[in-house]
Design a protein around this ligand. Structure first.
Ligand code: MOS
Length: 744
């Protein structure tokens, strides 16, 4: 058997992004670029206090300003019908836009100005004057740990990852020979996709709405808006043909989308609302600031005896946001005793949101740094420590893994980074003024699939159109789906068009939780199979032997339908359309989750290796090399998969070294709400990277054998960096980001 795993050179041969040309030439239109007749422009006015009540809004100057069509606030909102219906005793699901005078966070929308141009709307917004009765606010997590609560969700799901949990004995680490007890802090991080969140809302009469919107789920936004405005779902059309990044920020409907719809209702014209880069910092979620306490206990040979892990994360005053920070702790290592505790702290901030590798990216930082700390205490190689504690089955669900090639990830990555060059003692390798170190960390994320349908239109000219409501926020979903269909049918990818991002296309999940390929790909396979069956049925009228054709053996080669390379049975594809004078065949294919989750535990895995150089005098960290190996089953689209992994490493380096949304606790305001002040890696920060995939099929999740990829690529990168910095310097930084001031 030759090698199966994919390295850089293998991936270069794969098909390129099907929409790459449209994107780089500007032909791809993102939501804010769409032009409509009579388009008007909306600009939000945000609260300047973090807690209190609006006592007065003076809108007259704004209303008299040139070009301003309307100003809306809680005093004159057309209203959101759902707010009147909603039962107040449940956790409030979203900020109720312009519903009353209450302020819960700094920046909360208090009014919107609609004008005939963007500039006039901006000027109008500057003229709205709001008076408040200010109350004491709270925004700092550490100062408010006494406000921590068990999320309501935990009570509903006692086995869930947010519930207090004990396996074996609680606090068992205290009995172990070697112990690590530490606290780790992950600051708030903002998604900051390149494309600003944007929406164009237009009403047709009182009951039909069209939205051109940045969303990760056209049909989920459709359902949510239909509910809010009490419309028939089929009367709400959501279009999101191109989405310029999201990372979780577009998984739900946010206040600015409701505002745009209210505004369009008020002015009876289409309204465009684009958030500013600053508003992106607090209007569309963020990875919440989280404090974790990790206690590990192990015997001298490195076998883990017990883990205790607590997590305290920020949420807003009006909504409970939770994430699976503690999932990895429960399933990654073979440990007899585990106890976990998850709390959220309601503060005067906007609601957080899932952000790439939600929960796990945060949890892995604490767990995988603690494992590294343990390795030094044991004087044991960090990879060896992980192998000693490798779990042969899921110790949490007590089910076999569907597939798990973690050991291959450790081996391949160690080889590529040159792990042999690592010195066991920290702070001992020097190159000029730079200290040199190596770090490793593991990541994991659940692998899922849900339900989807594909509509396939196969034309007599040999072209195939596939349609799905799924969004593509950047991973290259159209490319992956085209690859799956091309391979399944045996046709050239250039004959296939994949249309997505429209609520009127067939059912698809949100693009979130790394399940697009597993879900929609399965429906593509089903549609291709159904198409082959239909073509074989038609072929059987010409040649009887097609009655027995098995779909797996059927290929659409050149302009012929071929069964298992049996030359005699070939029929011309075009001849299959003549019956009924058809020019196209329209076929559907659907796929959904089966009962596989009762039998197996599904996870993707990643192992990240970092070589870091730390400048002794300035504390500057330079990443010299990054190697990541991912086990996410079969890679269906190597080029775009590689690009996803590259993005994960870059995001992880940002998380480790730069990203931090800072709130001034005196005002509750985000003070680095711009790309000038909120730092993300640029080209010069990004080193040599190696992206590798184990590329072994998962037999149980879907017909392609693939597992999710989008999240697992970032999970574990930040601790790998922190561990490399420690190996280089002997300085353990437990509060991200690792900025130079923390190292000197
Ligand atoms: Mo992902 S955080 O589910 O967009």
């Amino acid at each position: 058997m030759g090698k199966k795993h994919l390295e850089n050179a293998d991936m270069a041969k794969a098909i390129s992004r099907v929409d790459g040309r449209a994107k780089v030439t500007g032909a791809a239109k993102y939501a804010a670029e769409v032009q409509l007749q009579d388009l008007t422009y909306a600009v939000l006015v945000g609260s300047t206090i973090a807690q209190g009540i609006i006592t007065k809004i003076d809108t007259q100057k704004a209303e008299w300003a040139p070009g301003v069509i309307a100003v809306i606030s809680h005093l004159n909102t057309p209203g959101v019908p759902e707010y009147k219906l909603q039962n107040q005793d449940v956790i409030q699901k979203q900020l109720r836009v312009f519903d009353d005078a209450n302020i819960y966070y700094n920046g909360q929308p208090v009014a919107v100005v609609i004008a005939d141009t963007l500039e006039r709307a901006q000027y109008g917004a500057s003229l709205v004057s709001v008076t408040y009765k200010k109350e004491q606010h709270v925004s700092n997590l550490e100062d408010n740990l006494s406000r921590a609560v068990v999320p309501k969700k935990a009570k509903a799901d006692p086995r869930g990852f947010t519930s207090d949990f004990v396996r074996g004995k609680a606090g068992a680490y205290l009995d172990a020979e070697v112990q690590v007890v530490e606290e780790y802090i992950q600051p708030s991080e903002v998604h900051h996709p390149m494309e600003l969140h944007s929406i164009i809302a237009s009403w047709e009469g009182n009951d039909k709405l069209t939205l051109v919107d940045k969303t990760q789920g056209s049909q989920q936004t459709q359902a949510s808006i239909a509910k809010s405005f009490q419309l028939k779902p089929e009367n709400v059309k959501v279009v999101a043909t191109y989405v310029g990044g999201a990372f979780g920020s577009a998984l739900r409907v946010w206040p600015h989308e409701i505002v745009a719809i209210l505004a369009a209702k008020k002015v009876q014209k289409p309204v465009k609302l684009v958030l500013s880069r600053g508003q992106m910092s607090y209007m569309v979620g963020y990875r919440p600031y989280t404090l974790q306490k990790v206690s590990l206990g192990a015997s001298k040979d490195g076998k883990l005896v017990g883990i205790s892990h607590e997590s305290y994360g920020k949420t807003s005053m009006y909504e409970e946001f939770t994430e699976n920070v503690l999932q990895m702790t429960r399933m990654m290592y073979d440990v007899p005793n585990i106890d976990t505790k998850y709390r959220i702290v309601p503060l005067n901030v906007s609601t957080p949101a899932p952000m790439r590798g939600p929960g796990e990216a945060t949890g892995s930082f604490a767990l995988e740094c603690a494992m590294d700390e343990l390795s030094y205490k044991l004087n044991m190689d960090p990879i060896a420590l992980r192998l000693v504690n490798y779990a042969g089955q899921d110790p949490d669900k007590l089910l076999p893994w569907s597939s798990n090639y973690l050991k291959d990830c450790y081996r391949l990555g160690a080889e590529k980074i040159g792990w042999n060059n690592r010195k066991a003692e920290a702070g001992t390798v020097q190159e000029g003024e730079w200290k040199v170190g190596y770090g490793v960390a593991t990541g994991t994320f659940g692998a899922f699939r849900s339900a989807a349908t594909i509509k396939a239109t196969y034309k007599a000219d040999g072209t195939l159109l596939l349609q799905s409501a799924i969004a593509d926020i950047g991973p290259g979903t159209g490319t992956a789906m085209t690859s799956i269909a091309a391979e399944n049918l045996g046709i050239d990818p250039s004959l296939i068009t994949f249309q997505l991002g429209n609520s009127s296309f067939p059912k698809a999940p949100m693009q979130g939780g790394s399940n697009s390929v597993a879900t929609v790909g399965s429906a593509v396979v089903a549609a291709c199979t159904n198409l082959k069956v239909e073509l074989a049925k038609r072929a059987a009228k010409q040649k009887q032997e097609w009655n027995n054709a098995v779909p797996a053996n059927i290929q659409l080669k050149g302009n012929e339908l071929v069964n298992s390379d049996d030359t005699a049975s070939k029929v011309k594809l075009v001849s299959l359309f003549t019956e009924g004078g058809l020019t196209e065949l329209v076929i559907e294919g659907s796929a959904a989750q089966g009962d596989e989750r009762n039998k197996y535990s599904f996870y993707s895995y990643s192992v990240h290796f970092i070589e870091a150089h730390v400048h002794e005098l300035t504390g500057v960290v330079r990443i010299k090399n990054a190697v990541s190996v991912v086990d996410c089953g079969t890679i269906v689209s190597p080029k775009t998969a590689r690009s996803q992994l590259m993005g994960g490493i870059v995001g992880g380096i940002g998380m480790a070294l730069m990203e931090e949304a800072v709130i001034d606790d005196r005002t509750g305001r985000t003070i680095n709400a711009s790309f000038g002040d909120y730092h993300v890696p640029v080209n010069a920060d990004i080193p040599q990277m190696e992206m590798l995939f184990v590329n072994e099929k998962d037999p149980y999740l879907n017909p392609m054998g693939s597992k999710g990829l989008g999240e697992v690529v970032i999970i574990g990168v930040a601790p790998a960096v922190a561990n490399a910095v420690y190996n280089a310097t002997g300085k353990r930084i437990r509060h991200l980001p690792i900025t130079p001031d923390k190292l000197i």
